[in-house]
Design a protein around this ligand. Structure first.
Ligand code: PLP
Length: 607
């Protein structure tokens, strides 16, 4: 394998081709043979000036709808195989949670590619519901429109409007109070609702997203409360409204045991509703999101990975639900999932351009000899007294813990430094300045320490000799990437060489959540968006669309300035020199983009 572990996280979509370039493999389209798209060629084509379109700038997101199609097909194949092999008595009918990537092209693709599977959408807010309502007019009739999230009366009215449009909208109650709103709006608008209930399960998962689940989770109703809702509906003669039970235990479910436990617990509630509460019109069990993505390619239940794939996940859901329903003697429900991350992550990559690279000044530890480091570790270790009850009696527990933590961390850091010396022998770290804002492009790196696989786009047949961190162009010291998959604190890169052209680094598996969580630190806006599709006439791909990111004017406008009134005219009034004003006017009014325009930038020949 290569130093980037491409084979582990990249399968089956990303690989290194014979030219030493990153390439995207696409397949699964009947009209198109399996083929490889060379990422460097895509970048060159998208930025070439002889294309009719406006010159694109970095950073850019490359979208591969063929990959999206393959993800959707693979998920549905996984469920239909599991259903067949266990002789499960119903079908799978999933939805894409719009919150994961609301971009028009992405949501439209999901609906389009999912048509034959009756794939639907999930919305968690009014804006998302509006997007879903419009996109689902192109879905197969009957595809679900799952309405989650906190609801006020206008949200509920909108969901009822969706039903009136003929969409299969299901209002999922997150709180008991929402039932009253549904009853009120339904009689006001004269539209019969279909409702679901979100269960708060006791099953909890480990890791960052674990707090979604469990008794103290933020969302849903505990089983007893759900039965009360059923009772209330029955008293109103409206129990037939209730069709779906929903749960979501959190994103990135680490193991299939967790999947099995959660689905089993929910199935028991489902069966109780049918058998004991008389909700015989129930049809669907919605298992929410959580189907994980293996970001580091280790296939383990560690934070950046999951220990299963689509097949194992589908198989566990089917087994658990079948097992519990058979036990209770309840017909098997339609299975729904709201898998977002697993559908959207693979289809896009972020392309960063290296601007320059400079060696990082060394700190004292770096100057220390290996023997000095060992000595420091021994010294610190001796200060870490083993924890004794008597010690605790004299020392307050918190201060003891702080003491242990402080020394522990220092020992850990030095140990890491030592182990790196053994491996690389060269401990100069280079700061690669990239045309990047961490806050805008990979907000989860900053916010929840999410790691993404990264790899240079070219020169992959050449040994990368520099240990690098990626420094962004925001003024924030957090704007630096210094943690990489597999617990690495550097990324191996090649020395920049102007003779070899620009140097690009791709950030992979970044198609879920990053674009929407993106923040506007320094008012850097979004990247250029390039849509690349495989084609068999004349070359292997075509650049279908290439859109520039928001302009400076748009970005400033989001902060409530009227750019003409509050900025341009003020500067015009105060700029004494006409030439100066013209320069400013040109910057503000001619669609200037927010990332520095660096296409013509030549990296200095420092390294
Ligand atoms: N459904 C609900 C209710 C969610 O809150 C989420 C995300 O957290 C999802 C689905 C999507 O989850 P994932 O991206 O892990 O599949």
């Amino acid at each position: 394998g290569d130093v980037y572990h491409t084979e582990d996280w990249g399968e089956p979509y990303f690989a290194v081709n014979k030219d030493g370039h990153l390439c995207v493999r696409i397949y699964g389209r009947e009209t198109l043979p399996e083929q490889e798209i060379d990422v460097l060629s895509v970048i060159e084509k998208a930025t070439s000036t002889d294309e009719k379109r406006k010159k694109l700038q970095f950073p850019m997101i490359l979208r591969f709808p063929d990959v999206l199609r393959h993800r959707i097909d693979s998920l549905h194949a996984a469920f239909s195989n599991a259903i067949k092999s266990y002789q499960y008595g119903s079908v799978y009918q999933g939805v894409f949670p719009v919150k994961v990537n609301q971009n028009k092209a992405v949501v439209q693709d999901m609906v389009h590619f999912g048509y034959d599977h009756s794939y639907g959408l999930e919305a968690g807010s009014k804006p998302e519901l509006l997007i879903a309502m419009s996109c689902l007019t192109k879905a197969k009739p009957g595809a679900y429109l799952i309405c989650n999230g906190y609801k006020d009366s206008s949200y509920v009215a909108l969901a009822l409007a969706a039903r009136a449009m003929g969409l299969n909208a299901i209002i999922v109650l997150e709180m008991e109070e929402e039932l009253d709103i549904v009853i009120e709006q339904s009689s006001k608008l004269g539209v019969e609702p279909v409702i679901g209930v979100r269960a708060k399960l006791l099953t909890k998962i480990q890791g960052h997203f674990g707090s979604t689940g469990g008794k103290h989770g933020k969302f849903g109703l505990l089983a007893e409360k759900i039965y009360e809702v059923a009772k209330k509906l029955k008293a109103l003669n409206k129990l037939h409204w209730l069709k779906l039970l929903h749960f979501h235990v959190g994103s990135m479910i680490p193991t299939t045991d967790n999947v099995f436990d959660a689905a089993s617990e929910a199935s028991d509630i489902y069966c109780t509703l049918v058998k004991e509460c008389g909700a015989e019109m129930m049809t669907t069990l919605d298992c929410g999101g959580g189907l994980g993505v293996d970001y580091d390619g280790t296939r383990s239940s560690t934070p950046m990975s999951v220990a299963y794939g689509l097949e194992e996940y589908a198989s566990k859901v089917v087994q658990a639900v079948q097992d519990r329903c058979d036990y209770h003697g309840v017909p098997h429900p339609v299975l729904c999932t709201e898998s977002g991350r697993a559908m959207a992550s693979h289809h896009s990559m972020i392309i960063l351009e290296a601007l320059s690279a400079t060696p990082e000044p060394k700190d004292d530890d770096d100057e220390a000899t290996t023997e000095q480091l060992h000595e420091r570790i021994r010294d610190l270790s001796s200060k870490l007294q083993p924890f004794k009850a008597e010690t605790a009696a004299h020392m307050s527990m918190p201060s003891h813990a702080v003491h242990v933590k402080k020394h522990g961390i220092e020992i850990y850091k030095m140990g890491k430094k030592l182990s790196k010396r053994v491996i690389t022998d060269a401990d100069t770290i280079y700061n690669y300045h990239m045309n990047l804002s961490v806050f805008s492009l990979m907000p989860d790196y900053w916010g929840i320490e999410q790691l993404f696989p990264m790899i240079p786009v070219s020169r992959l047949d050449e040994k990368p000799t520099h240990q690098a961190t990626l420094v962004d162009i925001t003024c924030d010291s957090d704007g630096k990437v210094k943690n990489f998959i597999r617990e690495a604190d550097t990324l191996s890169l090649h020395p920049l060489d102007p003779k070899l052209g620009s140097y690009y680094v791709a950030v992979l598996l970044s198609g879920a959540y990053q674009e929407v969580l993106s923040s506007k630190h320094n008012l850097f806006g979004g990247p250029s968006l390039v849509r690349v599709v495989g084609t068999d006439h004349g070359g292997t791909f075509s650049v279908e669309t290439a859109l520039l990111g928001p302009t400076t004017e748009e970005l400033i406008g989001t902060m409530r300035y009227d750019v003409k009134r509050d900025i341009s005219s003020v500067i015009e009034e105060w700029a004494r020199d006409k030439k100066v004003w013209e320069m400013v006017e040109n910057l503000v009014e001619n669609g200037l983009h927010t990332m520095p325009y660096l296409l013509d930038y030549k990296p200095p020949p420092t390294v």
